[in-house]
Design a protein. Structure first.
Length: 181
């Protein structure tokens, strides 16, 4: 009986992993849909770039400390490769608020793609102010350079946040979701 328990637990894993992959793919499609609605020219940018990634995130800032986490999908337009990604951000500074937002990365080169999916690129940011009710549409903060060969669009889905802090962001491949094929 005890020998069957580990086998049952492992058999359930692929179904759980496929469910989470499906959820992430739906979040990614929704993030792109929202981006295209707000910035119509971004459709051609995403279609023609080397690769892109979408991350759906939730962030909170209370007083001096802030935290954000998210999950998403990186897609290589040249090879068709997909990588499921995670994001973790910590911040120190003044701020208050909670928000849900999407980050859409445009990756211009193979070297930038390799660095992105390997988790080699660390991002830092300073000040942020955004607001959205989640009904009337998100706020598009615009595209900016994130790293060499990588640009990012940030779209607030809902929430209110005022933040002036130093943040460290780590984006990395999700080992569990990328292991099973």
């Amino acid at each position: 009986m005890l020998c069957l328990l580990p086998a049952t637990a492992l058999a359930a894993n692929p179904a759980k992993i496929q469910k989470e992959r499906t959820e992430i793919e739906a979040l990614s499609a929704k993030a792109l849909e929202n981006l295209y609605a707000k910035v119509p020219s971004s459709r051609a940018v995403i279609r023609d770039c080397y690769a892109y990634a979408t991350l759906s995130n939730t962030g909170m800032k209370l007083g001096l400390f802030g935290d954000a986490h998210g999950r998403g999908l990186a897609v290589n337009n040249k090879t068709g490769e997909k990588k499921y990604m995670r994001m973790k951000e910590l911040g120190l500074g003044l701020g208050l608020g909670v928000k849900e937002y999407d980050l859409i990365f445009v990756i211009g080169t193979e070297q930038a793609w390799q660095s992105f999916i390997a988790g080699d690129i660390k991002f830092a940011s300073a000040a942020d102010a955004s607001a959205s009710d989640g009904q009337a549409g998100g706020a598009v903060e615009g595209a900016s350079i994130a790293a060499k060969g990588i640009w990012v669009y940030q779209m607030t889905k809902k929430g209110l946040s005022l933040d002036a802090s130093i943040k460290g962001t780590k984006i990395y491949a999700d080992k569990n979701l990328n292991t099973y094929e």
